[in-house]
Structure formats: structure tokens, C-alpha cells
Design a protein around this ligand. Structure first.
Ligand code: C5P
Length: 229
């Protein structure tokens, strides 16, 4: 099955209840190829939202960042697959056996491995025993994810170029931390514009607050998507 990236925009539905999610999704229409359901919304609403959106042909990235023993991740992945989410995140640092188990359990869902959380700096990596700097660790984990059968990775746009150079075309790179020029960065520290992320090799970008909090979310999404085209 080939994977169509559409307009390359994933709008994060970072809201705390179903009514708000449905309203935002409806407002967006087809201005974003995917919606991202993250931990907040999933914990608030349960899995039905994924099934309902997938049934309505809305493409869903389910951002659960699974990290557990291979058997548990495989069984959770099978459930997500049945719900119809097209993309599911797991932590690459769960290791080869866990990544392979997720990839095997996913029949239609594609597995994206989260490399290094963008909230971790070098001091944080030291504290958890990672001796490499973030950039090297990202490429190591992305390579492991590819070898293990994952469809792609979630990484900072700053690391997209190095991942693309190391792993070539055909491996999905999904980047959050993207802000249209002039937008508030919020708590994202090293942001890039949509165009910079695309030029660095990102296939899809995740954007949350600049769309959710816009006066006209659909117009904001369309403007970002046109920068990604
Ligand atoms: O509002 P903003 O555009 O910063 O939202 C980015 C989205 O991407 C949020 O849902 C956030 O949880 C997610 N994300 C991130 N950085 C990562 C992984 C996911 O910002 N490394």
C-alpha cells in the first residue's frame, strides 16, 4: 500500500474533550491531511474518537508514544490497527525487539518511532546515561527504527537533514516544532518555519497551537500547507 502524504500538514487536536475536537476537526475540513490525537484527548475521550474519525475517512495520527515490553506494545498496536489510525507513535528507545513487534502487529497502521524528545537537552541525556549528543543519538535511533521495520520517525526539523542523508528517501520524517514566520513559539525552543522543515527533508509536519488558537483555524492551516507544497 502506497502512502500519500497529502498536503503534508498534520493538525494536532490538542484539546480536552470530544466536542472541542469535533468542532476543530470540522472547521479544518480538508485543510490538513491528518489530525493528530495525542495523550490528552485520548485519555479524555477514549479510543472511540479514533474509530469514528477513521470511519469518516479522516486520517489519524495517534500519538501515544508507546514504550513497554514487546508483547505489550504488539498487543496495544493491534488494537490501534483495528481502530483505523493510519500512524502510531512508539519510542525508538524501546529497542529493536519492541520496534519489530510493533511493526509486525501493525497491518494497516504505520509505525513512527519517536527518536529523542525535543524537550531533552544534553544535560538531560547525560543524566539518563546517553553519552552521545542529541543529533548523533537521533540518527542512531532512526537507523534502528528503519532496520526494525518502522515506516518513519518523529524528530526535530533540525535533525531532519541528517536523518534523510543517513536513511535516504522513502522513510517518513515527521517534524513538530514548526511555526509560521512571526507566530508565537510557546514552549517550543528550536522552531523552524514550515518551509525550512520541508527543505530539510520533512515529509509531514505537526502543528498545534498556531492552528488551534488561530482566529480562523482553516485559513491558518491552509497557509501552512501552502508553504509545505
Ligand atoms: O502547539 P505545537 O505546534 O507546539 O504542538 C506540537 C504538537 O506536537 C504537540 O501535540 C506536541 O505534543 C507534539 N510533539 C512535540 N515535540 C515532540 C513530539 C511531539 O511538540 N518531540
Amino acid at each position: 500500500m502506497t502512502f500519500e502524504v497529502g498536503n503534508r500538514l498534520i493538525a494536532a487536536l490538542d484539546v480536552d474533550d470530544r466536542a472541542k475536537a469535533d468542532a476543530l476537526a470540522a472547521t479544518l475540513g480538508d485543510a490538513a491531511s491528518f489530525v493528530k490525537i495525542g495523550l490528552e484527548l485520548f485519555c479524555a475521550t477514549g479510543p472511540a474518537i479514533v474509530r469514528d474519525y477513521a470511519s469518516a475517512r479522516r486520517r489519524v495520527m495517534l500519538d501515544l508514544k508507546l514504550h513497554d515490553i514487546p508483547e505489550t506494545v504488539a498487543r496495544a498496536t493491534a488494537q490501534v490497527d483495528a481502530l483505523g489510525a493510519e500512524l502510531l507513535t512508539v519510542h525508538a528507545s524501546g529497542g529493536r525487539a519492541m520496534l519489530e513487534a510493533a511493526a509486525r502487529a501493525a497491518k494497516r497502521t504505520r509505525i513512527l518511532a519517536v527518536t529523542v524528545l525535543t524537550s531533552l537537552g544534553d544535560a538531560d541525556l547525560d543524566a539518563i546515561g546517553v553519552r552521545d549528543r542529541a543529533a548523533a543519538q537521533v540518527v542512531r535511533l532512526a537507523t534502528l527504527a528503519k532496520e526494525s521495520g518502522c515506516a518513519g520517525v518523529v524528530a526535530s526539523p533540525h535533525e531532519a537533514r541528517a536523518i534523510r542523508d543517513a536513511l535516504g528517501a522513502g522513510f517518513l520524517i515527521v517534524t513538530p516544532g514548526v511555526r509560521p514566520a512571526g507566530a508565537d513559539a510557546g514552549d517550543q525552543k528550536r522552531v523552524t518555519t514550515p518551509k525550512m522543515a520541508r527543505d530539510a527533508g520533512a515529509d509531514l509536519v505537526v502543528v498545534g497551537r498556531p492552528i488551534r488558537d488561530a482566529h480562523d483555524p482553516a485559513a491558518a492551516a491552509r497557509a501552512i500547507a501552502s508553504e509545505l507544497a
